[in-house]
Structures are given as C-alpha cells and as structure tokens.
Design a protein around this ligand. Structure first.
Ligand SMILES: [Zn+2]
Length: 363
C-alpha cells in the first residue's frame, strides 16, 4: 500500500480524508479552520468551479491555492459524476456524446461543450495537486449495455485526458501534479476488471472508484467496491470517492483504499450530530476492529447536553474541545448563531483526521 504522495503542495501522508469543498470552501469554514481540524487536503470540483467563477478567473488569481487561501493539498474531481447525475434526472440539462458532454447549467443559456481536454486544462489553471480524468458514470442498476458504454467512453476519454496532461505537465516546475483515472463498470465484475486493465495500460498515478458507493438506503455496495479495488493495481493509490461514514472508511481501508472524500462529517455537524470515540477506542486497535463500533454520536440538542460542561469528546485535541463545552455549543445552536455550525464542523473534521492517523498506525 502506498504510504505517501509527493505533490506540488508538499507530502501527503496516507490514509487521508479530504472534506468536500466543492466550490472552493468547506461549508461554514475558512481555510484556517480546516487547518485547525488537521485536514491534509480538500476535494474541490472542476466542473462547478469551471461554471462559477470560471477557470480563467481562477488562473488570473494565481490558481486555487491563492484564490481560496487553502495551503494544503487540493484534489479536483472532474465533474463527470455531477453532470451525469443531473442529465440522468432531467435530460433537458444536456447530453453525453461520444466526444464530449454537452451541458446547459441552470437549464438556461448556451450549452457548454465540456471535453476531456477542457477538463484537464481547467485543472492545470487551478494548479490542482491531484487531477481526475473525465469519466462517464453509471448507476449500478443500469443495464449491462450502459455499463459497457460507460467503460468504453471512460477509457477513450482517459486516453485524451492523459495526452492533454502530458502536453501541459511539461510546463510545470517542481513536483508535478498527479493524474488519477476512474474505474467504472457498475456491479459487473468482468466489466469493472476490463475498465481497470484498460486504464492501467494508459497509466495513471492513482485510481478512483467510479459510481454510487451506496444504495438508496445508504448501505455501502461492499461487493462493488471490492470488485473495483481488485481492478486497480496494488502499487497505486486506491481512492474511494464519496465515502463515507467512519466505520465504512475503516472497512475500505482494510480492503486497500487509502484516500477518501465525503460530505458526511460536515453535513452531520450542521445537523448537530457530533462524533466521539467510545471510551478506550481512540486507538489503532479500536478503529480497525471489524464490527466498526469505535465511536458514537453526541446529539448536541439532547437534554443531557444542556448542563454538560465537558467537551464533546474528552480525548479530542481540536480547538473546540479545548475551549468549549457541550452546553455552550447547544446554546449556540439554540440561539441560531452561525458559530455553532462552524465549531461543530471543525470538531467533526478533526474526528476524521484523527481516525486517519489511527488507521495509518493500525496497518
Ligand atoms: Zn473536538
């Protein structure tokens, strides 16, 4: 398993969890808050930033690091997943063509021709540390023909992304950004394996899991994630895109994945659900246990928190647990102050970065 990556920003230790900062910001946080939570990197979205404020503006600002003030690693997803899912919901958004994705943002105005080349050019304009190739997503329930077409186009676009990357990376001084491919193939093992083989021939620095990681009830597609992991070369980073809950991350780390991104911890924080390690489980042995029962939720609005002057998690070293009590946090939520969501998010993200540290020690 790869233990670290050399990136333009510096060295990234694995395993790592990147909170979602789709539009260049983790909701409710600024860059200093994300550093306080010890986040090693943020996941931003090439397409959404391409749409707003635009790749040219970000380039003029000096790249995403200068524009957003974030000094850690920046991974930019291609946006293929978001475009596909919006078109799937409403075909008026555009269409997926052999050579490009045609898309009309907000269902009005001119259609944007989003090509693999433009996707890579944008990521160079952003000065991303980890770039994702443009892929075509599917749903695991889609018929086999749709899975095969998605792999066919993902591989074809992967070649074009790689060529554009090779052309532009020559201008980069110092450590080069990395380019990851995305393994599609739905729930079909042979189609997944074929996608992995074809992508490996093109040659990427890492491989992401493509598709929905969970079903409509939020249950992890364990077998599909296993197929995708099997389809990826073991000497490269395996990236479980869009995962997940703490116990799911621990499970997938045992499976060989070592890079994760998800909206879950910041969303849970805004919904007043805060993580705490169970007593004695904030250890490498605790987080790697197979039943995944190493943490609990603190529901900050519970009556029990009203007069509880202890921190959210007594083992946590985040600035929130160092300074504030559960009672004060509940008070902030009750009076509707925006500091409540900010402090809750910092704590939850620190829980995730601590989880990654423990997992790294465990295996
Ligand atoms: Zn904390």
């Amino acid at each position: 398993m790869v233990k670290e990556l050399t990136l333009p920003f510096g060295t990234l230790k694995l395993p790592a969890f990147f909170p979602d900062a789709t539009l260049g910001v983790v909701r409710c946080l600024d860059a200093a808050d994300a550093l306080d939570a010890c986040c090693p990197g943020l996941e931003m979205n090439t397409w959404h930033l391409y749409n707003r404020p635009g790749a040219k503006l970000i380039k003029a600002a000096g790249g995403l690091r200068r524009f957003t003030g974030w000094q850690g690693a920046i991974l930019t997803d291609s946006g293929g997943f978001q475009l596909y899912s919006q078109i799937r919901e409403n075909p008026d958004y555009g269409e997926i063509r052999e050579k490009e994705i045609l898309f009309r943002p907000d269902l009005k105005g001119e259609k944007v021709h989003y090509t693999p080349e433009k996707c890579i050019q944008a990521q160079f304009n952003y000065s991303s540390d980890i770039m994702m190739a443009l892929d075509l997503c599917t749903h695991p329930n889609d018929p086999i023909e749709a899975q095969e077409r998605s792999v066919y186009l993902t591989v074809k676009w992967g070649v074009r992304c790689r060529e554009e990357y090779d052309r532009l990376v020559k201008n980069v001084k110092g450590p080069r950004p990395l380019l990851f491919g995305i393994v599609q193939g739905g729930a079909d093992r042979s189609v997944r394996m074929k996608c992995g083989e074809e992508l490996e021939k093109i040659g990427f620095d890492g491989y992401g899991f493509g598709g929905w990681p969970t079903d409509e009830n939020g249950k992890l597609y364990k077998e599909v994630l296993q197929m995708a992991a099997d389809a990826m070369p073991d000497n490269k980073v395996k990236y479980a895109m869009g995962v997940g809950r703490p116990e799911e991350i621990a499970f997938l780390y045992r499976m060989g994945y070592s890079l994760f991104d998800c909206v879950i911890p910041s969303r849970e924080a805004r919904h007043m659900r805060l993580y705490a390690f169970l007593p004695g489980q904030d250890t490498p042995e605790g987080v790697i246990r197979e039943d995944g029962k190493f943490y609990r939720f603190v529901y900050i609005m519970d009556d029990a928190c009203t007069r509880d002057f202890d921190p959210i998690d007594p083992t946590c070293d985040c600035p929130v647990c160092q300074k504030y009590s559960k009672a004060f946090l509940q008070h902030l939520f009750r009076v509707g102050d925006s500091a409540a969501m900010r402090l809750a998010t910092i704590h939850n993200l620190r829980f995730y970065s601590r989880l990654m540290e423990k997992l790294g020690e465990a295996l």
